[in-house]
Design a protein around this ligand. Structure first.
Ligand code: SF4
Length: 324
């Protein structure tokens, strides 16, 4: 990066030959969200989470639904909140988990690490929502402090990543594999954009990749759910936004894609679509009873009992695939 310039993300620069972080600690959005909105369906179901947003992103998806904060870094960057202030805010609202979300948190890695350390000092949880497009070294540093992550797997084509989105499929796959291998709770989201990433073959390749990770890892003792482990995959409906004008995702097509993916992965959900489409509940992997019923952000965990950090099916007593 040349002196006086900022990078593509717009939030990191070079001032007189030294790294310059003009947006360090600036929060564009602060709110309390249902954790299902991240989306995370298998981590602390039914809870709320303090959610921080930034400005800037290292990718430039032409259909970005948060483009006003991800692409317009000259606009109001929000207000400065130091890492300890984030923890104090979480305590004030009695919320024991913090999400870094809305735009891309990894372009603010220095602040992110400061917040994550402060959050862990108070024994709260860190949740990262990211495009996963980051060098392996930085990924490992952040993942060591991450309890749960939702990674956008935007498509399964290196060409689309490079030519349309400004990212790298290989890097994102590496990030997902690293997170999963480290025992971080991982869920994955794909925004299904007509004509861009919605072919049966591309979606099948993505499902195979996620399934292979679970199989390779096998039942890991470090994981509370051991053999029940299967990465949850959220297939989300796109609507026209920013610079992309293709018609919205057909809900019937989305349901069909989720149905097909369920032959490969145990937990596949639809998002941004009708809450009653039958693809948002979680069944027990042992007896099929509904463990969690979701209608929009109304979440009923009545199908389970809880013992400490472990969840069990109320009907058969089997271990339920949830963490936290
Ligand atoms: S990676 Fe996410 S935040 Fe960044 S441009 Fe793409 S959709 Fe927007």
């Amino acid at each position: 990066m040349l002196p006086g310039k900022t990078g593509r993300c717009g939030v990191r620069g070079n001032r007189e030959g030294r790294p310059w972080l003009p947006r360090y600690g600036y929060i564009s959005t602060l709110g309390l969200d249902p954790i299902e909105k991240k989306p995370l369906y298998h981590f602390r179901p039914g809870s709320t989470i303090l959610s921080l947003g930034f400005v800037g992103c290292n990718m430039h998806c032409p259909f970005c639904q948060n483009w006003s904060i991800s692409q317009d870094t000259v606009a109001d960057a929000g207000r400065f909140i130091p890492a300890d202030g984030v923890v104090a805010t979480a305590m004030q609202v009695r919320d024991w988990q913090v999400a870094y979300t809305y735009s891309e948190p990894l372009v603010h890695v220095e602040y992110l690490l400061d917040c994550m350390r402060a959050v862990h000092r108070e024994e709260m949880a860190n949740v990262l929502v990211t495009n996963g497009c980051v060098e392996a070294e930085a990924a490992l540093e952040v993942l060591a402090l991450t309890d749960a992550v939702n990674v956008d797997l935007k498509c399964f084509s290196e060409k689309t990543y490079a030519e349309v989105l400004g990212g790298s499929l290989g890097r994102v796959k590496g990030f997902i594999a690293a997170a999963y291998g480290l025992g971080v709770h991982v869920e994955v989201t794909t925004l299904v954009v007509p004509g861009l990433n919605d072919s049966e073959s591309e979606l099948a390749a993505a499902a195979d990749f996620l399934a292979a990770l679970s199989e390779e890892a096998g039942p890991r003792k470090a994981r509370p759910q051991g053999a029940l482990e299967s990465i949850p995959w959220h297939l989300s409906a796109y609507h026209p936004d920013y610079r992309w004008e293709a018609p919205p995702t057909d809900p019937a097509m989305l349901r069909a894609a989720a149905e097909r993916a369920r032959k490969t992965l145990r937990y596949v959900y639809t998002g941004n679509t009708e809450p009653d489409d039958g693809f948002n509940d979680t069944p027990c992997p042992h007896c099929g009873a509904v463990l969690v019923r979701r209608r929009g952000y109304r979440v009923d965990t009545g199908g389970m009992t809880r013992e400490g950090y472990a969840w069990r099916c109320r009907r058969c007593g089997g271990e339920a695939p949830f963490r936290g």
